[in-house]
Design a protein around this ligand. Structure first.
Ligand code: ATR
Length: 487
C-alpha cells in the first residue's frame, strides 16, 4: 500500500500547520519544507508534534534553511526535539555535502529514515534506474525522484523503471498530466507514497487533493494485484470517467482502478501498456478514436461502421486488443422503452457524432434521413447506411419525423442562441433529441418544447456509454444508478 502525502508548500510554518490540520483525516504523511521553520520561535516547533507522518524536507538554497542546519549542528537539544517529530527527513542530493552529511548523521543518530531527493528530466532509461539504486546505498536511504514525463514514451519508461525498483524504498513524484498515472499506480509498483495538494494550492488538473485520491481512486487499496483500466486521450485530465468507473469497482467489490492516461502516442501505449503498467482495458477519447483502430487485433461491427473506437479491451491469451464503440449505446439509453422500428428519423449533421447516432438508429430499424450543411458529407454517410439525405436548409421537407436528432455543434455553449434549423414542424407525438448537454436546453430543444414535443438531451450519454464499457472491461452489468442514471 502506498501512502497519501500532503504537499505543504506554504512559506510559513503556521500556514503549513493549518493545512495539515485541515487534511489530517485523509493523509498519512505531510511534507514540510524546513525553510519555513522559524528557529527564533521554538514554541512553534512544538506544534509539529501534531503533524502525522512528518517529512521534513531540506531542498537547499534558502537562507533560513541554511540557518536551521547550522542551529541543529550547534544545539543537540534542538536536533533531538525536531527530529523527534519526523518520520523522515528528505535531503536534496544537490545540498552542499557539509550540510547533507551533517543532516544525515544527525537524523540517523536519532533513528530517523532519510530520503535522498533528486530531480530528473527524461528520458528515463537504465541510467536513471541505476542512479536510484546507487543513491539507495543498499537500502540505507529511500530515494525520491522528482520527474517530469513529457510524453507517452517517458511515461512508459517510468513504469518500466518502477517495476525494476520495487524492492527498494523509492518514490516517483511525477509532475504534469503525463505523470498522473505514474503517481496513482505507486501502490502497484511499490512506491512509498503519492503527493497530494490542498484544494487551495491546486493550480493544475494534474494536482490531486487527498479527497480525490481517497474517494475517487481509493488510492490506499491499490496494490500489486489491482487490475488497471483507464482512459487515453489528449487532453484527458478533465474526464469524468474515472469518477464513474472507480465508483463501479467499489460498488462491485472489484480490485481495480481506472486512471487518466494522458497520451500523445496511442499506438505505443497500446503496444507497451499491458506489459509495462498492466493495463487491461481503456476508454479512448479525442483525438485517438480513429488512431487506435490500426493497432487493434479485432474490431466489432460498431467500430467498423462508425469508423471510431472508444473502448479497447486487452486479451491476455492473444496479447492483442479488441475494439468496440459504446457511444451508440449511450445515445440510445434515454430511448430505451420507446418503439423505434419502422418509424421515421431525421438526423441533423453528418460529422463524427452523427455517425454513432445513425448507426444506432440503423440498428433499431428506423427510416432515416440525414441532413447536413455540406450535402456531400450527408450523401456519403447516407450511402454507407442506405438512408436518405439532403441539405440542412431543406430539413422542413422532412416534417413530422417521429424522432429528430440534433448532432451538430450549433447551439452548444457559448453559442446558446443558435439552432441549425430556424423552424421545423415537429410531430407532436414525437421526440426531439439534442446530443448537446451544455446548455441543458438548447435553442433547438426550446423550439421543440414550445411545439409540445417530448425533449431529451445528451446528459446521460457519457454515463450510459460508460456502463457498457464497464461491462466489456469486467463482464459485469452494473445497475445504472451506480453511474447516476435511473435504473
Ligand atoms: P462532431 O464530431 O462533434 O460531430 P464534426 O465531425 O466536426 O464534429 O461535425 C460537426 C457537424 O456540425 C457537421 O455536421 C457540421 O456540418 P458541416 O459538415 O457542413 O461542416 C455541423 N456544423 C458545424 N457548424 C455548423 C453550422 N454553423 N451550421 C450547420 N451545421 C454546422
Amino acid at each position: 500500500m502506498a501512502l497519501i502525502c500532503l504537499n505543504c508548500g506554504e512559506s510559513t510554518l503556521t500556514s503549513n500547520l493549518k493545512i495539515t490540520e485541515e487534511y489530517k483525516d485523509t493523509i498519512d504523511l505531510a511534507d514540510i519544507n524546513a525553510g519555513c521553520l522559524n528557529t527564533e520561535e521554538p514554541d512553534k516547533l512544538d506544534r509539529l508534534s501534531a503533524v502525522k507522518g512528518l517529512i521534513l524536507s531540506f531542498s537547499g538554497g534558502s537562507v533560513s534553511e541554511t540557518e536551521i542546519v547550522k542551529a541543529l549542528s550547534d544545539d543537540v537539544e534542538l536536533s533531538r526535539k525536531l527530529f523527534g517529530y519526523c518520520s523522515y527527513i528528505s535531503v536534496d542530493v544537490d545540498l552542499p555535502p557539509e550540510y547533507s552529511d551533517l543532516l544525515i548523521s544527525l537524523a540517523e543518530g536519532f533513528g530517523i529514515a532519510v530520503i535522498k531527493t533528486f530531480y530528473a528530466d527524461g528520458p528515463y532509461s537504465k541510467d536513471f534506474s541505476d542512479r536510484i539504486t546507487a543513491l539507495s546505498e543498499n537500502g540505507r536511504f529511500a530515494v525520491r525522484a522528482v520527474v517530469s514525463p513529457k510524453n507517452t514514451k517517458e511515461q512508459l519508461q517510468l513504469f518500466e523503471a518502477a517495476a525494476g525498483l520495487s524492492c527498494l524504498d523509492y518514490v516517483f513524484e511525477a509532475l504534469g498530466d503525463y505523470g498522473v498515472p505514474v503517481n496513482l499506480l505507486s501502490g502497484k509498483f511499490g512506491g512509498l507514497y503519492m503527493k497530494a495538494f490542498s484544494e487551495d494550492s491546486c493550480s493544475a488538473h494534474w494536482q490531486l487533493t487527498p479527497e480525490q485520491l481517497k474517494d475517487i481512486y481509493r488510492f490506499r487499496n491499490i496494490s500489486q494485484t489491482t487490475s488497471v483500466y483507464g482512459i487515453i486521450g489528449n487532453p484527458v485530465m478533465h474526464s469524468k470517467s474515472p469518477f464513474l468507473h472507480n465508483g463501479g469497482y467499489e460498488h462491485s467489490g472489484i480490485d481495480a482502478v481506472y486512471v487518466p492516461f494522458q497520451t500523445d502516442n496511442p499506438g505505443l501505449f497500446l503496444e507497451k501498456g499491458p506489459e509495462l503498467c498492466g493495463v487491461r482495458g481503456l476508454s479512448v477519447t479525442v483525438p485517438h478514436k480513429q488512431a487506435v483502430i490500426p493497432v487493434l487485433n479485432v474490431i466489432d461491427d460498431s467500430v467498423e461502421r462508425i469508423g471510431a473506437c472508444n473502448t479497447v479491451v486487452y486479451d491476455q491469451d492473444s496479447h492483442g486488443w479488441a475494439g468496440y464503440n459504446t457511444d451508440w449505446h449511450g445515445f440510445l439509453y434515454p430511448l430505451n422503452g420507446t418503439e423505434l422500428k419502422g418509424k421515421t428519423a431525421l438526423v441533423l449533421g453528418a460529422g463524427g457524432a452523427s455517425r454513432s447516432v445513425v448507426y444506432a438508429l440503423f440498428r433499431k430499424g428506423m427510416d432515416i434521413t440525414i441532413v447536413n450543411r455540406s450535402v456531400d458529407k450527408a450523401r456519403s454517410l447516407a450511402s454507407e447506411f442506405g438512408t436518405g439525405y439532403d441539405e440542412i436548409k431543406n430539413a422542413g421537407k422532412y416534417t413530422d419525423s417521429f424522432l429528430v436528432v440534433q448532432t451538430t455543434s450549433v447551439g452548444m455553449s457559448p453559442d446558446v442562441g443558435s439552432s441549425p434549423v430556424a423552424e421545423y414542424n415537429f410531430d407532436s407525438n414525437g421526440i426531439a433529441y439534442d446530443i448537446i448537454y451544455i446548455p441543458e436546453k438548447t435553442k433547438f430543444l426550446q423550439m421543440a418544447e414550445a411545439a409540445g414535443v417530448h425533449i431529451m438531451n445528451g446528459s446521460s450519454m457519457l454515463a450510459s456509454q460508460g456502463l457498457e464499457q464497464f461491462r466489456l472491461f469486467t463482464g459485469e452489468s452494473l445497475p445504472p444508478s451506480v453511474f447516476g442514471l435511473q435504473d
